[in-house]
Design a protein around this ligand. Structure first.
Ligand code: HAM
Length: 421
């Protein structure tokens, strides 16, 4: 029986990994400019961590977690997101009182048992950032502008930053009751999912993608019209700072996010080129989560972006981000050449060149075809005559130009010819 990968998970193959590495390298370049340092977190955690942080009434906790009992009988969950783990690590290692806001970023796989479709996987990868320790709206805006700078550097176009405020414990319970009273009038017309959400998580009805629910949501009261004064002031500062930073954005009063820990600013970045799963990134403020996980009061702001979705949007055909092709292909003619090529390849690799060769030593024609196919910049022909004379034919595959040189001169000639390309 042929065993295949699990539904909703994907291999990232060697011919596309450079795209991922490129995106990650841009994150490593840009995020530290804003003070972020990398943190590496475990892939599985105590199940209670996610129930308490993401919220019992969310889709993720109710039906999407990969939860199992390990051999010791503990309930373990493959992480569905990274924020809960960052907060757990923050509290566990008492990373309190840093000189300034503590800023961390992470990359890695997340797991959610969702219905697989284009752009929606069961194992997917995120890059996430968390800024911990300040309630200032400047932090919200600095992190969102950093994200937009990151997308700009990757050449993304046609993306939209949508923001909203989810208020606080002061205004949300009252708004929730108001919302339920209004929704009650439409109960018969909601999708089955939203009928369930009505009692447990009515705010989620606001961003339901089902058409009939969307129409109902349009007429429902908006939380931004019912914010407590401090949250309203915070949101107004976020908006004016964003506008003055020249970062295009729009307010989407129906944006609610699928995780329960948010308060005040919530945001998403969407793309028109992604189909129905159009969110590349989501995040916001979570000022009470650290306390809920038994740490000191620590207001936080963060986001996570979906790498699979991002990879599908970046214009990689832009020549400056294409992967480097091998420097040289050693064409070996005959048994003796196969062995001699071993030493030459080794010496060139020690000098930093990317070397390919043929291990079977087929015909010259077939080896040159391989060299062309993998787009080597040079080829080196190694036959009995060349080994005997110590003179090798080094060919520039792009121009066809060919020179003779000794093994000692090889590296120097390649560097000179490369520089003149
Ligand atoms: P999230 O909105 O659940 O937020 O996920 C963030 C991003 O991960 C989404 O915008 C999407 O691009 C990607 N994503 C989510 N689910 C899938 C899936 N099944 N398949 C492919 N991509 C997916 C969070 O995870 C929060 N922890 C973000 C955050 C950090 N908030 C504060 N700090």
């Amino acid at each position: 029986m042929k065993i295949q990968s699990i539904r909703g998970v994907k291999d990232i193959l060697p011919n596309e990994i450079w795209k991922w590495q490129y995106i990650e390298s841009i994150a490593h370049k840009i995020f530290p400019r804003y003070g972020f340092k990398e943190i590496r977190l475990p892939i599985f955690e105590d199940t209670r961590l996610f129930c308490r942080s993401i919220g019992e009434a969310t889709d993720i906790v109710e039906k999407e977690m990969y939860t199992f009992q390990d051999r010791g009988g503990d309930s373990i969950t493959l992480r569905p997101e990274g924020t809960a783990s960052v907060v757990r690590a923050y509290v566990e290692h008492k990373m309190y009182n840093p000189p300034s806001v503590l800023k961390m970023f992470y990359t890695g796989p997340m797991f959610r048992y969702e219905r697989p479709q284009a752009g929606r996987l069961r194992q997917f990868n995120q890059i996430g950032v968390e800024a911990m320790g300040s309630p200032s709206p400047i932090v919200d805006v600095e992190v969102m502008t950093m994200l937009m700078e990151f997308f700009k550097e990757l050449g993304l176009t046609n993306i939209e930053l949508q923001i909203n405020s989810l208020g606080s414990q002061e205004c949300r319970p009252k708004y929730r009751e108001l919302l339920k009273t209004e929704i009650e009038k439409h109960l018969d017309h909601l999708c089955s999912n939203c009928t369930n959400r009505y009692q447990r998580n009515p705010l989620r009805i606001l961003d339901c993608k089902v058409e009939q629910c969307g129409k109902i949501a349009e007429g429902l009261p908006k939380l931004i019209d019912h914010l407590d004064p401090a949250s309203a002031e915070h949101f107004s500062q976020v908006r004016s700072l964003l506008d003055s930073s020249g970062c295009p954005n729009s307010v989407n009063p129906n944006l609610v996010r699928g995780l329960d820990y948010y308060n005040r600013t919530a945001f998403e970045v969407t793309s028109n080129n992604l189909g129905s799963q159009n969110a590349i990134c989501g995040g916001g403020r979570y000022d009470t989560l650290v306390e809920e996980l038994d740490g000191p009061s620590t207001p936080c702001f963060g986001f996570a972006l979906g790498l699979e979705r991002l990879v599908s949007l970046v214009p990689f055909d832009d020549a400056k981000i294409l992967p480097k092709s091998p420097d040289i292909f050693i064409v070996c003619l005959g048994e003796e050449a196969k062995t001699a090529a071993f030493q030459i390849a080794h010496d060139l690799r020690l000098k930093g060149f990317q070397v390919e060769r043929d291990y079977e030593a087929g015909s010259m024609k077939s080896q040159m075809r391989k060299a062309n196919k993998i787009q080597c910049r040079f080829s080196l022909i190694l036959g009995e005559n060349e080994i005997r004379s110590g003179n090798f034919a080094l060919k520039n595959m792009e121009t066809g130009e060919q020179i003779e040189c000794s093994a000692q001169e090889l590296a120097k000639e390649m560097s000179t010819l490369s520089a003149s390309l």
